[in-house]
Write a protein that binds this ligand. Structure first.
Ligand code: SAM
Length: 237
């Protein structure tokens, strides 16, 4: 008995992920799912990042009917002159649409972690003669946005890919004005008819749980899109 107890304690020390319990590094680890990273945040395994080699999928012609970006633009409170960001912008499918809404004086900061995506985005903006989009190379923890300056930050089909969601949300919160809004657009996990890989979908409850943990306050959920939740949050204070 005297000898078994210390061994059991030692076994616990060896099997507990050293980062899982520490507040500074709140991520757990599981064996990676086929479309996951093995990194767990608040009981959700994060998804792998979509490589720039798949960028053609973002510009597929059928996407308009599937996602109805026009309805999303209508739902967002965008006005001329606003400073906004499109995080995980990819080829800029949503960046140029936002740019039109905030023109002429407003600006879109289009953030991505892949320089190749930013090159494709620049090509698309040139093709569309869109001049008020600035490409920004972010990192997995920091989108490199100016502090306390944004009216709205949009994240379409990307939040689930963040491998450091807590750090990203903290940086985004710092970039928002006092009345700024953060908008998550995520494929509905609750709907089995939405034919997207499981870790690339999110439930409304999980988005709200993770955003609330970052100090954000839920404002509304808009369900006018065919396949995606639109979840709007503001700063707590
Ligand atoms: C599935 S694509 C979506 C692109 C775009 N939002 C759209 O709907 O067309 C996700 C993009 O997010 C980018 N991404 C992933 N993690 C990121 C992060 N931490 N910060 C910025 N971009 C990120 C990827 O490089 C990729 O271009």
């Amino acid at each position: 008995m005297f000898r078994i107890v210390p061994s059991f304690a030692l076994l616990l020390l060896l099997t507990v992920d050293p980062v899982a319990g520490a507040d500074a590094a709140p991520y757990g680890r599981v064996s990676p799912s086929p479309d996951g990273t093995g990194i767990v945040y608040l009981d959700r395994e994060t998804a792998g990042i979509m490589g720039h080699e798949g960028a053609g999928w973002l510009e597929r012609p059928e996407r308009f009917a599937e996602e109805r970006p026009d309805l999303l633009m209508k739902a967002l409170p965008l006005r001329s002159g606003m400073q906004v960001a499109d995080i995980g912008a990819g080829t800029g499918y949503y960046s140029w649409r936002m740019a039109g809404r905030v023109a002429p004086a407003g600006r879109v900061f289009a953030v991505d972690v892949q320089p190749e995506m930013l090159a494709l985005l620049a090509r698309e903006m040139k093709k569309r003669k869109t001049v008020n989009v600035t490409g920004v190379l972010g990192t997995s923890t920091d989108p490199h946005l100016p502090a306390a300056s944004l009216d709205l930050v949009l994240m379409v089909d990307v939040y689930h890919e963040f491998d450091h969601p807590r750090e990203m949300l903290a940086s985004i919160v710092r970039s928002l004005k006092g009345d700024g809004k953060l908008v998550f657009v995520e494929y509905r996990l609750e709907d089995p008819a939405v034919n997207i890989l499981p870790h690339h979908k999110m439930s409304e409850a999980q988005v709200r749980r993770e955003a609330t943990a970052a100090g954000l306050v839920w404002q509304e959920t808009i369900e006018t899109l065919p396949m995606q939740h639109v979840i709007v949050l503001g700063k707590g204070r």
